[in-house]
Design a protein around this ligand. Sequence first.
Ligand SMILES: [Zn+2]
Length: 258
Amino acid sequence: MTLRRSRRSPSTAAVAARVGAAIGALVVAHAAPSVLAIPRVRARLSARVTGVGDGGRIALTFDDGPNPVSTPRFLEALDESGVKATFFMLGCMAARAPALSRAIVEAGHEVALHGWSHRILMLRGPAATYADLARARSLIADLTGQEPRFFRPPHGLFSTPALVAAARLELTPVLWTCWGRDWKPQATPESILAKLRPGLNGGATILLHDADGDQAPCAWRSTLRALPWVLEECARRGLRVGPLRDHVTPTQPAPATP
Ligand SMILES: [Zn+2]
């Protein structure tokens, strides 16, 4: 599928300037994803890249879907709570669940890009990386009618080709500030909340998963049970929970009206 509108190719200098804003993420790109759990490391990254937003808000994001078994359960839970979130979707998953992809946007949520498949982009070359991201972005836009604005690479591992491709595709790279480590086989609702609780502060971006992806089978069930507790804790702290679009200003220009 093709993008809904033609895109100007930014100059090399423009792309380099955009990439520069996110270059701190390359510190992470050559290390394990777990280094993002170290506050000292995250503090060195651009605030925008790590997902630090406005003070009174907290962004809720989900990775690895949409999955026809698990994602509808999250949509129901969010609907009951009256909360909107950002879903970082995989192109290969969206291709298998077009109606569900549409339903996410129809429910008022934001869709964002997590890649075509859950492969580590550091192991891919520039052409393959661009092709993957462009294909996924185009598919998600076509299925949902919403242009993705944000990009989070699988495992949180950026590569230089991924950052360049994101800039060319007008996607803003975003990671997260706190996670529930909900993909772990031993994760429980209690452990997810305990892991998140210290990071539930104004300006934070929460990472959870609405699908298993590389995780243990059915790990999403613990995430789903933890979700109301996480939202209650945010409410108790006076934080407004919402999607990234209400939280982080994209580095890329807003899509033009078709
Ligand atoms: Zn993922």
